[in-house]
Design a protein around this ligand. Structure first.
Ligand SMILES: C[S@@+](CC[C@H](N)C(=O)[O-])C[C@H]1O[C@@H](n2cnc3c(N)ncnc32)[C@H](O)[C@@H]1O
Length: 352
């Protein structure tokens, strides 16, 4: 997945670094589908992928990222208190960049307030807080999302550089950052990765002065209680909604597969983990009739009964996330839970 790291576009005075060869994505899709796999990042690619995610995020039946945004807004003041002045913001999987605008507004306000309270001697010695320009890096695999996120903050006094790249390429992405950074993964994206993988990746690529913030839609307790059953049913309803099904079916529909030739199946089941059993979604596309589609370099033939494997979402309890973080070398500085304990924002740093 290694990119080119070339600077491709001047966005006014904001540069955008493009590390993904978008044309090459179609070939990757072809290779994946040949193995009967459709990794979730393909759902977000191209003009259609950006539009589909933005529509899904607005749909009544899929409030996952929206509820996390509400939690961020409710707790912004406390979150910002824990972020030292002078931190830059790098946010990956930025989507439309709404949450980042909220965070940046909080950070700018904090800088300004600190600048007001500084003595003349402090200003002379360390520079005014007002002059500590925040650097902002909206990062996404979809170039259009990066454009939207840049546009969203065009009136804010921050230095901007959009990056089109994969999170998996974090060692290359971070070459563009001014340190220290608040590194964010928002919109429940953390839960789409194996916890060991994502924590190792983030841990290896953050410096000791950096902070890590992510959000997650979680389970309040494990199986057994009525509360857990009710959350389980809601999760199933959300993820098997028509809107989410269409979002997941889009790549095959786009390449011409007829809707009656396949269906989206979503299961929610327990999987074992080092922190005990946890819930995971299992998504597949089930081929109902022999069919073929043309994708990029070739034609793909599917037979009735074939199953195309897709990505997953883990549904942790807060305690499970906390154990994974601890094992992965992170300490939680602050946690913010919704009243019903189904949404969480976590601010962490690497163990010193
Ligand atoms: C669930 S959306 C979350 C968007 C936004 N952060 C929010 O909270 O609404 C996931 C975002 O991550 C991007 N994305 C998906 N896979 C990615 C990857 N491997 N690397 C970087 N970005 C990715 C998608 O294009 C999309 O914008």
């Amino acid at each position: 997945m290694q990119g080119t790291g070339q600077l491709k576009k001047d966005f006014g005075n904001e540069l955008k670094v493009v590390m993904i060869d978008e044309e090459g994505l179609e070939e990757k899709l072809y290779e994946s589908l040949k193995k009967h796999e459709l990794p979730d990042y393909f759902l977000y690619t191209g003009v259609g992928g950006a539009r589909n995610w933005l529509n899904l995020d607005e749909s009544r039946t899929f409030p996952v990222a929206r509820k996390l945004k509400a939690l961020l807004e409710e707790n912004l003041v406390s979150i910002v208190k824990f972020i030292p002045t002078g931190m830059n913001l790098a946010s990956i999987g930025v989507g439309n960049g709404e949450k980042e605008r909220i965070i940046l507004n909080g950070l700018i306000k904090k800088n300004e307030e600190e600048a007001k309270s500084e003595s003349e001697e402090e200003k002379e010695a360390f520079g005014s807080g007002r002059n500590r320009k925040i650097h902002y890096y909206p990062i996404d695999i979809n170039s259009r999302m990066v454009d939207i996120a840049l546009e969203k903050v065009k009136d804010l006094p921050v230095e901007k550089k959009g990056i089109v790249g994969f999170i998996e390429e974090m060692p290359f992405l971070k070459k563009y950052w001014h340190l220290p950074v608040l590194f964010c993964i928002l919109g429940n994206t953390f839960c789409n990765y194996e916890p060991d993988f994502i924590l190792k990746l983030v841990g290896e690529n953050l410096e000791s002065g950096d902070l890590f913030m992510f959000d997650a839609h979680i389970f309040p307790t494990l199986e057994g209680s009525d509360e857990a059953k009710s959350v389980r049913n809601k999760v199933l309803a959300t993820y098997s909604s028509r809107e989410n099904a269409l979002f997941n079916m889009y790549p095959l529909l786009y390449y011409g597969m007829a809707p009656e030739d396949f269906e989206f199946e979503l299961l929610l089941s327990h999987v074992e983990s080092e922190t005990g059993p946890l819930y995971s979604t299992h998504k597949t596309l089930q081929i109902l009739n022999d069919t073929e589609i043309r994708v990029g370099p070739g034609t793909l033939k599917f037979k009735e009964g074939d199953v195309i494997k897709m990505g997953f979402t883990y549904k942790y309890t807060f305690e499970q996330i906390s154990t994974f973080l601890n094992k992965g070398g992170f300490e939680i500085l602050r946690k913010f839970l919704s009243e019903d304990r189904t949404n969480a924002i976590i601010l962490a740093r690497k163990h010193l």
